[in-house]
Design a protein around this ligand. Structure first.
Ligand SMILES: NC(=O)c1ccc[n+]([C@@H]2O[C@H](COP(=O)([O-])OP(=O)(O)OC[C@H]3O[C@@H](n4cnc5c(N)ncnc54)[C@H](OP(=O)(O)O)[C@@H]3O)[C@@H](O)[C@H]2O)c1
Length: 229
């Protein structure tokens, strides 16, 4: 018997995460995923059945991440591939007009959320001696743009966090920052408005990105990569 590989996708209820769920399942993977929207999580569980694992978890809450990771590991196993995809963007505004609460929320989800998932999954993955963690960065993790300074700050942080963690694992578990490209999702519509419609949709992106993600391994440890598509 050849048991299926397991992927964890944070932020699986919409956008890139939701599209990747379908692509991984179509390729025979077992999918675990989280988000905050319980209605969409119920729909995923009903559609895909109990061999997959979709639960509510706010990645900015370390206690929720700890419980989610424990239940996921007990329910479907330790992931082979972890996709730290969940993120938010601030509403377009100059930095000095972004309320402190909104700035905190972007930091808590986009940076601390990624760190929490690694805190709870890297130790067992290192003990097992293999696996890949992909942390979703952005073009705005490698350059900047006006009106999205909080988001840019978090994605630059994801690059640094990932590369330092990659030095720590030495590739026994590969840790990789990934710029997914520019895709028409709720997040892009928040930044680009109607111009977002000129970019590929998430399903088209996922058809190219998922095969690319499944080929990542120790050779890619710490490399800032960009997804095809
Ligand atoms: N779209 C692009 O062009 C683009 C470009 C560069 C980088 N990216 C990156 O790609 C990733 C996916 O982006 P997207 O465009 O698909 O965004 P999106 O459409 O806004 O979807 C974001 C996902 O993250 C989840 N999420 C947000 N906050 C969460 C939290 N606290 N806990 C758990 N889940 C949470 C959302 O689910 P709930 O609402 O259910 O919580 C949703 O499923 C992000 O890391 C983003 O920064 C996207």
């Amino acid at each position: 018997m050849n048991p299926s590989k397991i992927v964890l996708i944070t932020g699986c209820t919409r956008g890139l995460g939701r599209a990747m769920v379908e692509e991984f399942i179509a390729r025979g993977w077992t999918v675990a995923g989280c988000g905050r929207d319980k209605t969409r999580l119920d729909e995923l569980n009903q559609k895909h059945g109990s061999e997959h694992f979709f639960r509510a978890c706010d990645v900015s809450d370390d206690g929720q991440v700890a419980s989610f990771c424990a239940e996921m590991t007990a329910g479907c196993g330790l992931p082979d591939l972890v996709l730290n995809n969940a993120a938010v963007v601030n509403r377009n505004a100059p930095l000095w007009q972004v309320p402190a609460e909104e700035f905190d929320r972007v930091i808590d989800i986009n940076i601390k959320g990624v760190a929490s998932v690694m805190r709870h999954l890297l130790p067992p993955m290192l003990r097992r001696g293999g696996g890949v963690i992909v942390n979703f960065s952005s073009g705005w993790g490698r350059c900047t743009a006006p009106e999205v300074a909080p988001y840019c700050a978090t994605k630059h942080a994801v690059e640094g966090l990932s590369q330092a963690a990659a030095q720590e694992t030495g590739g026994r578990v590969a840790v990789i920052p990934l710029n997914p490209g520019i895709i028409d999702t709720d997040m892009l519509r928040s930044c680009f408005g109607a111009e977002a419609a000129g970019f590929p949709d998430a399903a088209a992106w996922a058809r190219q990105a998922v095969p690319f993600l499944t080929r990542l391994g120790p050779k890619d440890n710490g490399k800032p990569l960009t997804a095809p598509g």
